[in-house]
Write a protein that binds this ligand. Structure first.
Ligand code: RIB
Length: 302
């Protein structure tokens, strides 16, 4: 079977991670535990998650013309991702994410830098790649107008479009009406459904597309009736990138023709494995690892 094509249009960051046992208050200095610089960015993470499972993945994005940019592009290439259209830009530096890791959880400050050079014009020049894609996967760490233009192009070419609305921001009805799946976490879902003024019908239409990732509470496919998929109990080391792993795996499964429920169960297991190791991409499993895990946990793929 020829591999289906997944195109991710999104951010590429260097994650600057400080692990600490104490969270400082404003104005306070504390001694931390460890410091690492590791590859991240929601776009890049989702591309890596899909590639680890064996998908044919193209990543479209921008890095700075600097050491982080070179390192990240090289790293993504080594993951088997097509990075021909990861463009180094000279005007600004590579995106960074300052991450504090505390008690297995995190908080993150992203400085988009080069990610904001992924412009609608840049994407228009790459229409052919989007036209050849079976699944197009987007997040919100690049300019919103770029996401909107990409969705228009992808829809015209009948790709399946997954929008991971992270970090959340106000989104237009037009945009949400054109995507096939929306994958918020609980906080993003709340913002999506309550902070905007939706008419009842519009609200229902959006809910039908939502797959909500809920961390240790699993995943909910909202559709007409909510379908809850429980999480797997694992030893959590680092939850950074769990949502990205879910999205990458979901894209992989949909490209392979899985039914939505089965795709979510598989993506849920993939995300569970990802949190057992350090770093956004450190724990992303291969296809074989997910299959073995599902077998160990008594779940069979249909
Ligand atoms: O979702 C996790 C990612 O968010 C991190 O890798 C960081 O770069 C931010 O984009």
């Amino acid at each position: 079977m020829t591999k289906k094509k997944i195109t991710v249009i999104g951010s590429i960051n260097m994650d600057i991670v400080t692990s600490t046992n104490i969270l400082p208050k404003m104005g306070e200095t504390v001694l931390g535990k460890a410091f690492h610089t590791i590859p991240g960015g929601k776009g890049a993470n989702q591309a890596v998650a899909a590639a680890r499972l064996g998908a044919d993945v193209t990543l479209i994005g921008c890095v700075g013309d600097d050491i982080f940019g070179k390192e990240l592009k090289q790293h993504l290439k080594q993951q088997g991702i097509n990075v021909e259209n990861v463009e180094p830009v000279t005007e600004t530096s590579t995106g960074t994410a300052s991450i504090t890791l505390y008690d297995g959880d995190n908080n993150i400050i992203v400085v988009p830098g080069a990610n904001y050079h992924v412009t609608p014009d840049y994407i228009e020049g790459l229409e052919k790649i989007i036209a050849e894609s079976d699944v197009v996967l987007l997040q919100l760490e690049i300019p919103l107008e770029t996401v909107e233009r990409t969705v228009e192009i992808a829809r015209r070419h009948k790709a399946t479009i997954i929008l991971n609305p992270a970090p959340i921001q106000p989104l237009s009805k037009e945009l949400l009406s054109k995507v096939n799946y929306i994958t918020p976490n609980e906080h993003e879902q709340e913002m999506l459904l309550t902070s905007f003024e939706w008419a009842d019908e519009e609200r229902k239409e959006i809910i039908k597309k939502c797959i909500v990732t809920k961390g240790s509470k699993g995943v909910s496919i909202l559709k007409e009736d909510e379908l809850k998929i429980p999480s797997f109990s694992v030893d959590v080391v680092d939850t950074t990138g769990a949502g990205d792993t879910f999205n990458g795996a979901l894209a992989y499964c949909l490209s392979m023709g899985y039914e939505l429920e089965e795709a979510c169960r598989f993506a849920n297991a993939t995300a569970a494995l990802s949190v057992t190791k350090f770093g956004a991409q450190g724990g992303m499993p291969t296809l074989q690892e997910v299959e073995e895990f599902l077998q160990q946990r008594g779940e069979k793929r249909k």
